[in-house]
Design a protein around this ligand. Sequence first.
Ligand code: ZN
Length: 75
Amino acid sequence: MQCTHCGAANLRTSRLRLLDIPRFLLFQYPVRCRNCRERDYIGFLLALNLRQAARVRRSEERAKRDEQTSDKSHD
Ligand SMILES: [Zn+2]
């Protein structure tokens, strides 16, 4: 998943705020871009993946390489 503002694949889960509740009910979770620091929302499952990925950085880096080789064209 990538930042919709700068395109960097450098997102981390953000802290949930009161303002996020409506989005939360739509199964979206707030994330923060480490590159441009913009806030965004991603699907709940993606956010869960993100949190797990942060925990297992090393294996995630390997997975990222695989992702890039089989990357779908995004628009
Ligand atoms: Zn960004």
